[in-house]
Design a protein around this ligand. Structure first.
Ligand SMILES: Nc1ncnc2c1ncn2[C@@H]1O[C@H](COP(=O)(O)OP(=O)(O)O)[C@@H](O)[C@H]1O
Ligand SMILES: [Mg+2]
Length: 338
């Protein structure tokens, strides 16, 4: 029989092994006025481990925002989660009541989006806005909430935080306003943070500072993060693992080193080549978007029309995501090996 201490250890170990988010078979659709709905996320599996920063890269329209918002059960209108499980800390988000869901959002899971100004209430001081979140979710007194707001303003490195407590959002620069949004997202020390293209509107230096800050704060709090971006270069510095999404499906997924030194999917290589100054590399890999109306069949690889390596098999046999090396996955019949 297990001693109590062993049992505690065993449960601790098993709960540690559980990922923060375990997405299984997620499908999200947008209804069409006529005919079949558009599938924006297709039967997607993804595990985000405790404390990791997981990068998700893809071109615009790939399904990143739809995925991010579906994790909070808020797909963009008129989207609908058509199937799958969303296990957050072992509990299915799909089975929560509206009240439980409200409590989870902002406290256990929080989301950071671009356009900080549209997120903030123009009529309230930033101090009030941050304190309100703390008061609602952490059930602390007004006084304590204000104290926590001041602490988090210091943590996000707002200069002169006492004075900033009484400032209004329009009195702040874009970078400062983004720090306020991050402060609001982090004040409850959420277990999971989704950042959806959150720094794309900022200039490069401010972006780098804010990313560094975000990473440090997430690490200090042990929060896991899904970090979404269109910029594959950012993920190299910022993320522990990276996945590429195309057409609502994961094309490749690997640890940072494998991803950048041994990319295997032609689509990943194309994305990297697109950021390169090497002209011949770009010519070799980049193919323009297919003409509108040129649709690949559901039973073909969705990247067939743009892939320089496509063969007959790719047009008749849709590849599944499979492990091509330990921890390195690609959805391709002919992954590039080196
Ligand atoms: N409001 C909407 N109405 C209809 N279809 C949508 C809507 N939003 C997104 N979609 C569909 O979902 C796909 C993914 O969109 P989105 O998640 O916004 O991509 P990303 O964030 O990667 O740019 C789009 O290509 C489109 O087909
Ligand atoms: Mg988006």
């Amino acid at each position: 029989m297990l001693k109590l201490s062993d049992r505690v250890q065993a449960t601790a170990a098993s709960s540690d092994a559980r990922p923060t988010f375990d997405i299984r078979g997620l499908t999200v659709e947008f209804p069409a006025i006529t005919g079949v709905p558009t599938v924006a996320i297709r039967n997607l599996d993804l595990r985000i481990e405790r404390g990791e920063i997981f990068g998700l890269v893809g071109e615009s329209g790939a399904g990143k925002t739809t995925l991010a918002r579906s994790l909070l059960r808020l797909p963009p209108e008129p989207g609908r989660i058509a199937g799958g499980e969303l296990l957050f800390e072992g509990q299915d988000i799909m089975s929560l009541t509206e009240v439980e869901l409200q409590r989870t959002r902002g406290r256990d899971i929080s989301m950071i989006v671009p356009n900080p100004r549209s997120e903030l209430n123009p009529l309230l001081t930033v101090g009030e806005q941050i304190a309100n979140v703390a008061q609602v979710h952490l059930r602390v007194s007004r006084r304590e909430a204000r104290g926590l707001a001041l602490d988090i303003l210091r943590a996000v490195q707002i200069p002169d935080p006492e004075r900033r407590m009484t400032a209004f959002p329009h009195e702040m620069s874009g970078g400062m306003a983004q720090r306020i949004v991050i402060a609001i997202a982090l004040i409850c020390s959420p277990k999971f943070i989704v950042s959806d293209d959150a720094t794309s509107g900022l200039d490069v230096t401010v972006q780098a500072q804010i990313l560094e800050l975000l990473r440090r704060l997430a690490q200090d709090r042990g929060s896991a993060m899904l970090f979404i971006t269109r910029d594959i270069g950012i993920t190299a510095h910022f993320c522990d693992r990276v996945a590429v999404i195309y057409n609502g499906e994961i094309m490749e997924l690997a640890g940072r080193e494998d991803f950048f030194f041994r990319p295997a999917h032609p689509y990943t290589i194309m994305l990297m080549a697109a950021f390169s100054y090497n002209q011949s590399l770009r010519r070799l890999w980049a193919r323009p978007e297919p003409l509108p109306g040129a649709k690949v069949h559901d039973s073909a690889c969705p990247y067939t029309l743009r892939c320089p390596l496509a063969q007959e098999r790719c047009r008749i046999d849709r590849p599944a995501l499979r492990e091509i090396a330990p921890g390195h996955y690609a959805s391709c019949h002919f992954p590039v090996r080196r």
